[in-house]
Design a binder for this molecule. Structure first.
Ligand SMILES: [Zn+2]
Length: 124
């Protein structure tokens, strides 16, 4: 009978063989491996929103977003044997990052050049 332990990050009970040396499950290990790229993706997405209608800048940003997503996919697939689950996790993480970047919170963190923080956040 396989030994089960609790993942240190999400507390889910998983087979010990699935865990990495930090006692994290494969999903949490994969998320951690992709977290730096995900943060970069989110910053870039916020930048993309600010560039709005300037087509030339958008093409460069989209190419970079694509490269980041591909690298994250590779990191997730390395650690999550179920390909469909890895793809689903990636899509969820990317959607969440884009949503965060699009939210008011994202805009407060990155005020536009020449823009001042008024009250709770930056004004458009
Ligand atoms: Zn976990």
């Amino acid at each position: 009978m396989p030994i089960h332990i609790r993942c240190r990050a999400c507390t889910r009970e998983v087979a010990s063989a699935e865990c990495d040396r930090g006692f994290r499950c494969s999903v949490c290990a994969a998320r951690a491996a992709a977290s730096a790229d995900l943060a970069a993706y989110q910053r870039l997405w916020a930048k993309r929103a600010r560039y709005g209608r300037r087509q030339v800048a958008l093409e460069a940003i989209d190419a970079q977003l694509g490269r980041l997503a591909k690298r994250m996919a590779a990191r997730l697939h390395e650690r999550i044997p179920d390909g469909e689950a890895a793809a689903e996790l990636l899509n969820g993480l990317l959607a969440e990052a884009r949503q965060q970047a699009d939210s008011v919170g994202g805009r407060i963190l990155v005020p536009r050049h020449g823009q001042e923080l008024v009250g709770g956040g930056a004004r458009a």
